[in-house]
Design a protein. Structure first.
Length: 160
C-alpha cells in the first residue's frame, strides 16, 4: 500500500470542490493510504507583486517545514512549468514510488503559486495543464487522476 500525502495551501471553501475531492479520496483508499495536510493560506491584502510575493514566501516556509521533516518521500510540486504527465505516466510514477519509497507527497500551492524553495525541495515538478486552475480545483483534479492512475495499475476499466 502506497502512502499518498497531499500538502496544500488553504481549506476547501467550495462545497462542490470538497465533495468531488472527498469522493475520489474515498475511492483511492481501496489502493492507498491518503492524507491531506492543509497549510494556512496567507491573506493577500493588496493586489500587488509585493503582497503576492510575501504570501508565497510565508506559505512556502510552512510547506518546507513539513517537507523537510521527511527526507525519504518522493516529493512532487504541482506547478505550471513542470512536466505534463499523462494518466499512464502518473500510474508509472506511483508504481515506481511503491518500489522505491512507499510514500509520495504532492504539493499544491495557494492562489499566488509555490515558492522557488519549495520547488527545489521537490524532485518532481508536475504540471496538470498549461491552463491555470483554482488551487481548490487542482486538489480535486489531482485526486481523480490519482484514482485513475491506480485503476490503470489495477487493470480496472475506469480508465478508457
Amino acid at each position: 500500500m502506497l502512502n499518498i500525502e497531499i500538502v496544500c495551501v488553504g481549506k476547501m471553501s467550495q462545497k462542490w470542490f470538497a465533495d468531488g475531492f472527498e469522493e475520489y479520496r474515498k475511492r483511492l483508499t481501496a489502493f492507498d493510504k491518503v492524507t491531506v495536510n492543509e497549510i494556512p493560506e496567507y491573506r493577500i491584502t493588496e493586489d500587488n507583486e509585493s503582497s503576492r510575493s510575501e504570501a508565497v514566501r510565508r506559505e512556502g516556509e510552512a510547506i518546507l517545514r513539513y517537507l523537510k521533516a521527511d527526507g525519504r518521500a518522493v516529493k512532487a510540486a504541482l506547478c505550471i512549468e513542470g512536466k505534463q504527465f499523462s494518466s499512464e505516466d502518473l500510474a508509472q510514477l506511483l508504481e515506481d514510488t511503491r518500489q522505491e519509497a512507499s510514500r509520495i507527497i504532492f504539493v499544491i500551492g495557494g492562489s499566488a503559486g509555490l515558492s522557488e524553495d519549495v520547488k527545489r525541495e521537490c524532485s518532481i515538478k508536475m504540471s496538470m495543464s498549461r491552463m491555470t486552475f483554482p488551487h481548490q480545483m487542482a486538489r480535486m483534479i489531482l485526486a481523480e487522476q490519482l484514482y485513475r492512475a491506480e485503476s490503470i495499475n489495477a487493470g480496472m476499466k475506469y480508465h478508457k
